[in-house]
Design a protein around this ligand. Structure first.
Ligand code: ATP
Ligand code: MG
Length: 387
């Protein structure tokens, strides 16, 4: 039997002239992702990506992998056969036999993309339905709430038989929206924010600021694990690890306590922007969420981004914590995020951070710091770790 995976394209099909570019990116990404499971021939036709195994591979693992690729609305494992009505019946019986035996009611749905096929979709569904009913007499047809829908698709190269499709990852292929730097802490929010932007086609460059020895080496490992967990959706990532200890100490020593958090955040923004410029990025991403903590009031967020020119994207800005936690669980980053390692911000957080910092006070406080040198030094001492 010719087992195959079909990925139905999502929003890509709404694209006009640059549709080909989106499709090619999707093909690249499917190839890369499935390549981790086995050898596949991957091609696109009729708004669908076909992935044919070229060797004995774990098809369930491949299906799981295909479900993490952005750009596909649905993903299904199917059996390919000749476009002949009786071959189709044989294939249905052999390929879906176990499923058919475990249900009582069914329905056949056919789609005929190849209009040269001699039967209409309705005729084909009726014919296959009748024959399947003869072979599996326990089955009853049910057009409204069947336990099993047998799908038949007549396409250019072959006919495809499959059960219900599963949801794909949605979104747009990673890489079609350009590159951005994502500020990745060890918390719950920033991995989810990163995921959401990757889902809209953005290729990520994660940047993490660490404050060794105030934070343990494990804090770094935690961020690298989070990046690793994101790679299944985003492709390989290179995490930029930036030392932040000296900056934090300088701020704590020379600036008013209530402004420490917002000034730290501004340094992160400046450094992230420099890394973004070096990598032809089109924006920055943070996991900010309005009102969640003192540094995330509208005023604090506004002051924090005043020092950079690049647009800052905050996909989680209006979500509830519960919704973010649900997403973190879904994408598989939650368990790592709640591991108890401190972030530099937690260590230096003042007892009473100002919730409404004023720009001129912040500018005055920062005038005590050698901003350019501190930024330069942190950039020079950063390491880049592949995950
Ligand atoms: P998270 O759960 O993502 O840590 P948070 O709710 O703890 O977010 P903050 O600590 O105020 O919120 O951080 C807001 C955002 O700033 C983070 O989502 C992240 O994008 C960025 N950020 C904070 N700390 C760091 C860090 N050490 N390295 C990189 N980015 C950071
Ligand atoms: Mg945090």
């Amino acid at each position: 039997m010719n087992d195959i995976i079909l990925l139905k394209q999502g929003e890509i099909i709404l694209k006009g002239l640059n549709r080909r570019e989106f499709e090619n990116k999707l093909l690249d990404n499917v190839r890369r992702r499935l390549g981790q499971v086995g050898c596949f021939k991957v091609y696109a036709m009729q708004s669908t990506v076909y992935a044919e195994p070229q060797e004995d591979v774990d098809m369930e693992a491949a299906l799981e992998a295909a479900r993490t690729v952005f750009g596909a609305l649905s993903v299904v494992r199917a059996a390919a056969c000749e476009k002949d009505k009786d071959k189709i019946i044989e294939t249905v019986a052999a390929y879906l036999g176990d499923e058919i035996n475990s249900v009582q009611t069914f329905k056949v749905e056919s789609k005929r993309a190849d209009k040269r096929f001699p039967m209409s979709s309705i005729e084909l569904s009726r014919y296959v339905g009748g024959e399947i009913h003869n072979r599996f007499p326990h089955l009853k047809p049910d057009m409204h709430t069947p336990q099993l829908v047998i799908n038949i698709e007549i396409r250019d190269l072959a006919a495809y038989v499959h059960g219900p499709a599963t949801k794909g990852a949605g979104g747009l292929p990673v890489g079609t929206g350009g590159r951005m730097v994502t500020l990745l802490s060890g918390g719950i929010d920033s991995p989810v924010a990163s995921y959401m932007m990757a889902k809209r086609g953005i290729q990520l460059i994660p940047v993490h600021f660490y404050s060794h020895p105030y934070t343990s080496v494990k804090a770094k490992d935690k961020v690298l694990s989070l990046a690793q967990e994101l790679t299944k959706y985003c492709g390989r990532l290179k995490v930029e690890l930036v030392p932040f200890t000296r900056i934090s100490e300088e701020i704590r020593e020379k600036c008013p306590e209530g402004l420490i958090t917002v000034i730290m955040r501004r340094f992160m923004m400046r450094i992230a922007e420099r890394i973004a410029q070096d990598n032809d990025c089109v924006g920055l991403i943070t996991g900010d969420n309005l009102g969640q903590v003192a540094s995330q009031t509208a005023q604090a967020i506004a002051v924090a981004e005043k020092c950079v020119d690049m647009p800052v994207f905050r996909p989680l800005i209006a979500f509830d914590k519960r919704e973010i936690v649900d997403m973190a669980r879904d994408i598989g980053t939650f368990e790592t995020s709640i591991l108890p390692f401190e972030d530099c911000c937690t260590v230096f957080t003042p007892k009473r951070p100002r919730t409404r910092p004023k720009q001129d006070e912040v500018t005055l406080a920062e005038s005590k710091l050698d901003i350019e040198n501190l930024v330069e030094e942190a950039l020079n001492n950063r390491e880049r770790v592949p995950s």
